[in-house]
Ligand binder design. Sequence first.
Ligand code: NAP
Length: 253
Amino acid sequence: MSRVDDKVALVTGGGSGIGAATARILAGEGARVMLADIDDKAAADAAAAIGDNAASSRLDVTKQDDWDRVAAETLDAFGGWHVLVNCAGILRRGSIEGTSLEEWYQVIDVNLTGTWRGCRLAVAHMRENGGGSIVNLSSVSGIVGDADLCAYDSSKGGVRLLTKSIALYCAENNLGIRCNSVHPGVIETPMVHNYIAESDDPVREREIWDGYMPVDFQGTADDVGMLILYLSSDESRLVNGAEMVIDGGTTAG
Ligand code: NAP
């Protein structure tokens, strides 16, 4: 018996980085997986690499119609929906003085409201269909602040407490749904590579990111995917409302 072979998982941001790795790892442990991403070609390529246990769809997490369609497609393709992994996200540089209102709304809309939309839909479905597990990607930036990540930190702090609110609601109402947040440190993905490449001094920025975690290696998307596998499986049945830090000790001090 594989670890999640009775599960159907919907993974947002499934075309890249942590989402793509998570989808592959879940499928490797028996799950059937819908990879949803605003980059539908990337999601389709990642699903094709997994094989018959995967499908893909275009999802802009800021659009309710997209969410409704992708949830229906997941049920049509696989006959159930037990796991939601909210990986879709954007990272934008900007301090309190360097962030426009437009940039603020963009980051909050994708990272926080997009996650809320998915959670709301998942709870409505899972409560009537035997429960499930929701995993939300926050960040160490949802626990500690960065001067230059005003909107991103705020969105990820919001995801952290959104998760706890959902976890308590579902437990108090015996819905059989768990909800946990994951807080990575530095993980080598296109998000990080692009952020560094777009900085004024990419060499210096690379040094800063390399020195961010106290361990002497960088995290991989698979490191995070393995934690999400645990949270998706019934092995973690007592884990609810937890903030699972995966940061090489960054926030331990
Ligand atoms: P990634 O490689 O950039 O993957 C994120 C995916 O989400 C991309 O395919 C992106 O598409 C997609 N996306 C962006 N906006 C979307 C939208 N409106 N609707 C649907 N999909 C959308 O990033 P990652 O590093 O794997 O990050 C995954 C999650 O982990 C994010 O929530 C991130 O904040 C969080 N996280 C990452 C790190 C890290 O060090 N990598 C650390 C802490 C937390 P485009 O490429 O077209 O934008």
